[in-house]
Ligand binder design. Structure first.
Ligand SMILES: *[C@@H]1O[C@H](CO)[C@@H](O)[C@H](O)[C@H]1NC(C)=O
Ligand SMILES: *[C@@H]1O[C@H](CO)[C@@H](O)[C@H](O)[C@H]1NC(C)=O
Ligand SMILES: *[C@@H]1O[C@H](CO)[C@@H](O)[C@H](O)[C@H]1NC(C)=O
Ligand SMILES: *[C@@H]1O[C@H](CO)[C@@H](O)[C@H](O)[C@H]1NC(C)=O
Ligand SMILES: *[C@@H]1O[C@H](CO)[C@@H](O)[C@H](O)[C@H]1NC(C)=O
Length: 403
């Protein structure tokens, strides 16, 4: 297994190096045709002052649509072969599946790694076109040197103010002593003025107000979690190496070198989660991405609580672009009413709840890695997730300075 991975990475490295050299020769071109025909070999010669305009469109019906294909198979129960039947939620009635969905047992991920990369690259980018250039997700990928230590990024609104204080206390006491110059960025997604003031004074971070007005309206619905892929990408585009943490992540150790090395090797490292992607993703999303929900029915979800992302052409084109595009498009990660569908009870079936950022990240990573899914996961010995653990850390710091 390890040896295979090594060989694979050597191959990937050689390929990336070649791609970089070739790309260097074309660095002034801004080829945006990838969204309509990713396999196109010869690139059109755009003038260097070409301004970015989206050329995609969403005529899903004209394309191969795995979601529709699965629904049709469901009706053809007379086919020979093994079927597994899943209970479906009411959401499936939007697509005329009223009681159950029968998945053929041969519904398995097929094809080579490259073929599956192409499936992900062809996920519709929806309404995200006008934002991709500025976010560093358009065709003109430019290589830059990534740091060896990631930028730490977190965000909070007022209802997580006490939790984020506990997180900062942990970071300051466990991680900062080892990584003295580590960059730490906090995104304000809805703090009160008095909280902002206190945080700026004590966080030892760069404070940023999330620019909600720049993006589609639905990003303001925090329970749609679409802000998270956006923040991760904004910082990734600036610094090249990002460690996103929800306010609930606590480090057990400050020695994270080996964790960072894993991320540099594999691009994305993320926490494993419970069952299952199909259970915890609304059919609207599968339909939008043209994916077959049967493929994801029994697959473990990841948790988008803690993610390391190391920038490369592969990570940008096959993970971040589809993830962020989906976040920017109402009807993909978020859709009207989805904010009420987050609550999941652990049982099997399809579409019983929806987990937004982590639903989509799970779909992308399973499609890319499937049999080798462990490659996306990070070892758990470095940290704990402690939801609802709070502290009055800033107040205690104020008391100390007043003494
Ligand atoms: C781009 O450059 C060309 C040639 O230099 C010029 O004719 C054209 O007006 C420019 N377009 C824009 C949008 O600036
Ligand atoms: C979308 O694509 C279809 C099929 O290629 C085409 O007929 C239609 O005009 C396109 N729509 C837009 C808005 O470009
Ligand atoms: C299954 O039934 C449908 C509708 O009756 C029919 O069109 C189709 O040919 C059948 N398929 C097989 C494999 O028998
Ligand atoms: C599902 O229910 C709708 C509305 O009750 C009905 O129109 C449709 O035919 C049903 N679909 C199937 C596959 O039974
Ligand atoms: C900020 O103000 C609100 C009400 O004005 C108050 O409830 C809250 O405790 C204050 N928070 C801090 C950190 O001072």
């Amino acid at each position: 297994m390890k040896e295979r991975n090594q060989k694979y990475f050597i191959a990937l490295f050689v390929f990336s190096a070649l791609a970089m050299i070739l790309y260097g020769l074309h660095i002034n071109r801004q080829d945006i045709t990838i969204f309509t025909s990713p396999e196109k070999k010869s690139e059109p010669n755009f003038p260097t002052n070409y301004t970015f305009t989206p050329v995609f469109n969403l005529s899903i019906e004209n394309e191969e649509d795995e979601f529709t294909a699965a629904m049709i198979r469901h009706r053809e129960k007379n086919r020979t072969g093994q079927m597994k039947t899943y209970v479906v939620s009411d959401s499936y009635s939007k697509f005329q599946v009223n009681d159950s969905l029968s998945c053929w047992e041969d519904s398995k991920f097929k094809g080579t790694f490259d073929a599956n990369c192409n499936v992900v690259k062809k996920y519709p980018i929806g309404d995200s076109g006008p934002y991709l250039q500025e976010l560093g997700l358009a065709r003109d990928f430019v290589e830059f040197l990534n740091p060896r230590i990631p930028v730490i990024v977190t965000a909070a609104s007022s209802n997580h103010f006490m939790e984020v204080q506990a997180q900062m206390q942990n970071l300051h006491s466990v991680v900062f002593p080892k990584y003295k110059n580590v960059k730490f960025i906090f995104y304000d997604i809805g703090l009160r003025e008095n909280e902002t003031e206190m945080l700026k004074k004590h966080c030892r971070c760069e404070y940023r107000l999330f620019p909600f007005d720049k993006y589609p309206e639905h990003l303001k619905i925090l329970k749609g979690y679409t802000f998270k892929p956006l923040i991760a990408q904004i910082v990734l585009n600036e610094y090249g190496f990002v460690m996103w943490m929800d306010a609930s992540v606590r480090f057990r150790t400050g020695d994270l070198d080996s964790l960072f090395e894993l991320a540099m090797k594999d691009g994305v490292k993320i926490i494993s989660g419970g069952l299952g992607v199909g259970y915890r993703t609304d059919p609207v999303t599968f339909k939008f991405l043209r994916e077959d929900p049967c493929l994801f029915a029994d697959k473990n979800e990841i948790q988008a609580t803690f993610i390391l992302i190391h920038r490369s052409r592969f990570v940008i084109e096959t993970i971040m672009r589809p993830w962020v595009s989906c976040a920017l498009t109402s009807g993909c990660m978020y859709f009207p009413g989805s904010q009420d569908r987050i609550s999941c009870v652990n049982q099997k079936g399809l579409g019983f709840c929806h987990r937004f950022d982590q639903s989509i990240m799970s779909i992308i990573l399973w499609r890319l890695y499937h049999a080798d899914f462990g490659r996306a996961l990070m070892p758990e010995r470095f940290f704990d997730v402690q939801r609802d653990q709070t502290a009055r850390y800033f107040e205690s710091l104020e008391k100390k300075t007043n003494l």
